[in-house]
Design a binder for this molecule. Structure first.
Ligand code: ZN
Length: 456
C-alpha cells in the first residue's frame, strides 16, 4: 500500500478496511444530509444506536492501514457535526430555542458520550428563560401585508405590452420593496408567524380554535407578511419576475433567471425571499423567533418556478425533487405556506362543485410538496361568508384561517375559524392610496421612477 496513490475508492485497499471506511462516511453522510432527522421514530433510533456502536468500535480498534482515507472520513464527520451545530446556532439566533434543543437532543442519541451537547442544551434553556422575562403582552392590532413576486427586470415589465399596466398596478419593484421594508422596520414592526395568532385546543372534547396571546419584545408591533402566487407562472416570467427559487451550495435560497439571450443569473437581491432572509440576518429584531412570511401557492403551473403540475413529463420527478428541497430550506428558515387554490379561481363566484374539485386537486398536487397547511388565502381576495356552504367545505378540508384583502388590520376569531384581512402593497397602494399607507411608509419616497403613469 505504501507509496501508492490514495483514493477513497482505491481498489487495492483490503475489503475489510474499505467497509469500515464506508461506514464512517455513511454516518457522516446521513448527518450532513439531515436524513437522520426526518421522523426519527423508535425503529430509526435503534438503527442509529447500531450505527453509533459500530462507529465507536471502529474508532477504538484504530488499526487502519489506510490512514489518509481514515482521516478524510474523520474530517467529513467533523464537518457534518459542525454543520448541525451551525444549524443549531442559527435556530438559537432566531430565538427558536426549543427547536434548537430538539435538534441537539436527537444528536445526543448518536453521540451520548459527547459532553458538549448537554452543555449546549443547558445554555439554550438559560437564554430562553432570560428572553421570556423580557417579553410583554401585546393587545393592539395585528398587521398583515402582502406582495406579489417582485419586478426583477423592469425593462421586461414596462415594455408597453398589454400586461404592463397590470404589473404596474399589482406589483412592486426591488428598490420599492427595499425601502418599504426599511421603513416598516424603522417603525418598530416585527414579523410574526401567522401560527402565533391562534392554536387548536380540545374544549369539551371538541377541537376548538383559540386565540393565542402574543408576547413580544417591548415596543414592537406584530406584522404578518405574505407573498401571493410565488409560482412563477410563465406570463410573470415573461414580464420580468425571476424564473425560480433555488438552494445554493451553502444551503441558502437564491433566485435563478435565464435571459432570452441565454444568460443565466443567480441572485440574492431581486426577490422577497432572499432579500428578507438577508435583511433579518442583519436585523434579527425584525423577526420574532425567526418568522419570515407566508407563501400562498396555486398549483396549475407548478410552484416556486418548478413545473410540478406536469405529472406526465419526463422531468417531473426532478422538478418535484428540487421544489421539495427549496420548500424544506424555506421552512427551516422561517417561511410557511398557504393554499391559494389550485387554479386561482374566484371562491365567491365559482360553483360549489368546481371549488371542491379545484381544492381536491390542490390537495393532491401541492400539499404533498409543502406539507399540511391550515392557512387559506383567497385568490383575488374574494372571500365567502362563514355561513356559505363553500366556506364550510374549505373548513372540512382542514383550513382554519381565511385571509382576504382589506384596507385595515382585521382579525376575527370564532371557535372554528379565524378571519384575517391583508393590506395589498402594490402600485395601486403606492400611487393611489398614499395616505392610507402612511403608517407603514411614505409612498413618495418609495415610488420607483421606472414606473410609467398608471392607466385606468
Ligand atoms: Zn393571487
Amino acid at each position: 500500500m505504501e507509496g501508492q496513490p490514495q483514493h477513497t475508492t482505491n481498489p487495492q485497499i483490503p475489503a475489510k478496511q474499505n467497509i469500515r471506511l464506508l461506514l464512517i462516511i455513511f454516518v457522516a453522510l446521513i448527518l450532513s444530509t439531515g436524513i437522520y432527522f426526518v421522523n426519527l421514530d423508535i425503529k430509526q433510533n435503534k438503527k442509529a444506536e447500531e450505527i453509533r456502536q459500530n462507529y465507536s468500535r471502529l474508532l477504538e480498534q484504530g488499526e487502519y492501514q489506510n490512514k489518509e482515507n481514515y482521516q478524510l472520513a474523520q474530517d467529513s464527520l467533523k464537518k457534518s457535526l459542525d454543520k448541525i451545530y451551525g444549524r443549531v446556532d442559527e435556530l438559537g439566533k432566531q430565538g427558536q430555542y426549543i427547536a434548537a434543543a430538539e435538534e441537539l437532543k436527537k444528536l445526543m442519541t448518536l453521540f451520548p458520550e459527547n459532553k458538549d451537547i448537554p452543555q449546549k442544551i443547558n445554555a439554550l434553556e438559560t437564554v430562553r428563560q432570560e428572553e421570556e422575562k423580557s417579553l410583554v403582552p401585546y393587545y393592539g392590532p395585528v398587521q398583515h401585508i402582502f406582495f406579489h413576486p417582485l419586478i426583477a427586470f423592469p425593462a421586461l415589465t414596462f415594455d408597453g405590452d398589454l400586461q404592463s399596466n397590470g404589473f404596474n398596478q399589482w406589483f412592486v419593484t426591488i428598490p420599492e420593496f427595499n425601502k418599504i421594508i426599511e421603513s416598516i422596520y424603522a417603525k418598530g414592526f416585527i414579523l410574526v408567524d401567522i401560527k402565533d395568532l391562534y392554536e387548536m385546543k380540545k374544549v369539551e372534547d371538541k377541537e376548538t380554535v383559540v386565540p393565542r396571546a402574543l408576547y413580544l419584545p417591548k415596543g414592537k408591533r406584530p406584522m404578518v407578511l405574505s407573498i401571493d402566487d410565488l409560482n412563477y407562472y410563465p406570463y410573470m416570467i415573461q414580464n420580468g419576475t425571476v424564473h425560480k427559487l433555488i438552494v445554493d451550495t451553502a444551503g441558502k435560497i437564491a433566485t435563478y433567471s435565464k435571459s432570452s439571450e441565454g444568460k443565466e443569473t443567480i441572485s440574492y437581491d431581486n426577490e422577497i425571499v432572499p432579500i428578507l432572509d438577508q435583511f433579518i440576518e442583519k436585523h434579527p429584531d425584525f423577526s420574532f423567533r425567526g418568522a419570515k412570511g407566508v407563501i400562498a401557492l396555486t398549483g396549475y403551473e407548478g410552484i416556486l418556478g418548478y413545473r410540478t403540475d406536469e405529472l406526465q413529463s419526463p422531468l417531473f420527478s426532478k422538478e418535484k425533487e428540487e421544489a421539495l428541497r427549496v420548500v424544506q430550506v424555506m421552512k427551516e428558515s422561517g417561511w410557511s405556506f398557504a393554499s391559494h387554490g389550485y387554479g386561482h379561481l374566484n371562491t365567491r363566484d365559482v360553483p360549489y362543485e368546481r371549488l371542491a374539485a379545484d381544492t381536491q386537486r390542490w390537495k393532491k398536487e401541492v400539499e404533498p410538496l409543502i406539507g399540511h397547511t391550515d392557512v387559506y388565502i383567497y385568490p383575488f381576495g374574494a372571500s365567502v361568508k362563514p355561513e356559505d356552504p363553500k366556506f364550510k367545505f374549505l373548513q372540512e378540508e382542514g383550513f382554519k384561517i381565511f385571509c382576504s384583502v382589506g384596507p385595515n388590520p382585521y382579525l376575527k376569531y370564532s371557535d372554528q375559524y379565524v378571519l384575517m384581512d391583508r393590506r395589498h402593497i402594490d402600485g395601486v397602494a403606492l400611487i393611489l392610496q398614499a395616505d392610507m399607507m402612511k403608517d407603514l411608509f411614505d409612498s413618495k419616497m418609495v415610488l420607483d421612477p421606472v414606473r410609467p403613469p398608471l392607466k385606468f
